[in-house]
Design a protein around this ligand. Sequence first.
Ligand SMILES: O=C(O)CCC(=O)C(=O)O
Ligand SMILES: [Fe+2]
Length: 353
Amino acid sequence: MKVLETGNGARAMKGGGLDPQRVSFDKIPIIDLEPMFTGDEAARQKLAQELRKACTEVGFLYIKNHHVPKDVIDVTFGVAEAYFAEPDDVKMENHVSKSKNNRGYAALLEENTDPTARGDLHESYDIALDVPADDPDVKAGKVLYGPNQWPAGKPEFRKALETYHAEMLTLSGRLLHAFALALDLEETYFDQLVGKPLATLRVLHYPPQFGEIDDRQIGIGAHSDYECFTILAQKEGISALQVLNAAGEWIAADPIPGCFVVNVGDQMARWTNDLFASTVHRAVNRSGKERYSIPFFFGPNYDALIEVLPSCIDEAHPAKYPPITSGEYVNGRFMATFAHYAAQSEANADTAT
Ligand SMILES: O=C(O)CCC(=O)C(=O)O
Ligand SMILES: [Fe+2]
């Protein structure tokens, strides 16, 4: 059994090729988010119990009735596809190395999400909360805050990503309320921690892989996400995402029309003393077609403390993790995984005043 080291401990993976086991999708539950918009107290509590079960047993779920307009998602897929079809020299004009805050383009094989692998077969473009360069947190060298980088002459790309990002912030607020209820907390418990959230939007392009595949070079290597939760849109009709279940088997998380995939990240696992599972996943695009996906990673403010919630501690379950700020945690994970990130962080620390 192969063991993957994550920042919160080791996870076991069975070997045996790159094909996920096909199970009916109700193994990854679908949760109706409507009660968070229009429901009464009883409907919200019912949803909270379903969410708690999904986060405890699977760590992955689909959400429907999320209230993000379909055309916002479609337009973003459209601009992403057009952007990635540009020649390499155009895309390299906005390479992440030109940003102090890791915003912009990263090319095929530049990232290696599973450090035991040989590079991820995807290219990406990252934006996050647009914080001006003269903001005190940016000047203090908190590398996760900063201004976005935008390609010249592509206003439609910028508009689509900014609109999508704003929709994700709204949806994350709703989801966070549902998470609080699922943890038997006041619905607004986390609100004071997310006024200036870590909120990275990334568009991804995975070229297809044919024939025999080296399992050390796939679309995105096995990993868990670092932040509180991730909201993922996948282009319909193309399967690639796989989720590691408790038995160490890979389960397909194919796109479902009208749904986002939501998964628990490592910050939420720490907050909940591992009650909620930050589940390992990967993507392998053997569909024969180009694949596009749009993850949005949501974590609390840089300075928010991630400290095991009192409700997740008892005599049998003492706190497993010491407190750490949201920013230190995510930054540390990036630095451990991506060399270019460490270089940027060091350069920023040198120039911080
Ligand atoms: O593209 C996908 O389906 C998954 C992407 C992912 O896991 C990530 O970017 O962290
Ligand atoms: Fe991920």
